[in-house]
Ligand binder design. Sequence first.
Ligand code: FAD
Length: 403
Amino acid sequence: MNAKRVVIIGAGPAGLMAADVLSAHGIQVDVFEAKASVGRKFLVAGKGGLNITHSEPLADFILRYDQTDWLKPMLEEFDAQKIVSWMESLGISSFIGTSGRIFPTEMKAAPLLRRWLSQLKKRGVKVHCNHYWEGFAPEGSLRFATAEGTKVITPNTTLLALGGASWPSLGSDGAWVNILVQKKIPITPLLPSNCGFKTTWSQHMDSHLGKPLKNIAGWVKNDSGEIQKSSSEAILTTYGIEGGLIYALSRPLRENIVSDGEATLYLDLLPYITLSKLHALLSPSGKQSINNIWRKAGLDNVKIALIREGLSKDKWSDPIFTAAFIKEYPIKLTGMQPIEEAISTAGGVKRKALTEDLMIKALPNVYCAGEMLDWDAPTGGYLLTASFASGRFAAKGILKNLT
Ligand SMILES: Cc1cc2nc3c(=O)[nH]c(=O)nc-3n(C[C@H](O)[C@H](O)[C@H](O)COP(=O)(O)OP(=O)(O)OC[C@H]3O[C@@H](n4cnc5c(N)ncnc54)[C@H](O)[C@@H]3O)c2cc1C
């Protein structure tokens, strides 16, 4: 292959964005993809509404990532505004939802992906599906398993954009970890992120599992004693708890579980009522049933069930004790759901393994981008934004080094 040809492995948001930048600069790009079609995770991400990025100011946006310093220059070059403009350039309009999240107007990923692929095709990008990268062949060649047998390709420049290890049926199986570990590339082990957590509910909770805990706040103390907070909703499940609030706190919860074997999540079941007001609401005049008092204070059936689950009966009529418990409800979490069921993956190729341009130091002319890099972020559009931004950044690095 000539020096101005680049091979990209992985046709997700990161790989396709790199192909976009490179092809716009006249570089011949060949994208190799394991599955029979491209962008499968991107399409699934669009199923419940493609939350592509977030409208909050960049200074706050950047703080959502654990690797703030590393990602800052990438995000500055491709922030939410640039994502919106890029979608517009493809004829896709967008809107800002009530929570500040940005979605394409049609909500789905498919129309955007279709137009994007058509533009890449016009620019001469060749996509080779059903090519599963198995690793390096001698002298830096790439070995692919295909229906016609093994193919070996020897490019001058390669970008790995292989994703994490969640939802492996969509293509990202994390098998690249072993390939890179054999090359002694420093990698932080892959762990589930934006995932559900395990806890044990008594039988009494059975009829409430699958139901949401609405309008709650939650917090976790991380290893350094800092408190991380979020507010949203959570869903009680047979294995424990999941949902937006839990995903937002999944990093400190995971870190506590990894270091201590368990984590305590604290919930405020009525965050819009102060402790003193709640105390007054739980101390009514006249005779009323406990359930009535709790309902009037704003607790629905699921929250009431949770109080009955966690607080011994002799405390139910003690307004001071119960108010404090409702405002600081502890749930002991003992594990994470498997990585296969997580929305994203924490861990990946470490920053120190890469140059500033995202080239693997030990493998000249091999670059990395997307979720396979060692960064973590909550849901809210942050995962796709960093995948796009790092894909662009790696492509810019490739351009710099090609010329
Ligand atoms: C259910 C779900 C909902 C989500 N919703 C959102 C959301 O609303 N907003 C948001 O920001 N993020 C969301 N995400 C996360 C987001 O989709 C990912 O962070 C993003 O797709 C990562 O992009 P990527 O290009 O790095 O990796 P991927 O999208 O995983 O793409 C990697 C590609 O590499 C291919 N590949 C892997 N290994 C090989 C190999 N050996 N050979 C050849 N090809 C290979 C894969 O088949 C895949 O096509 C969601 C994820 C899931 C699972």
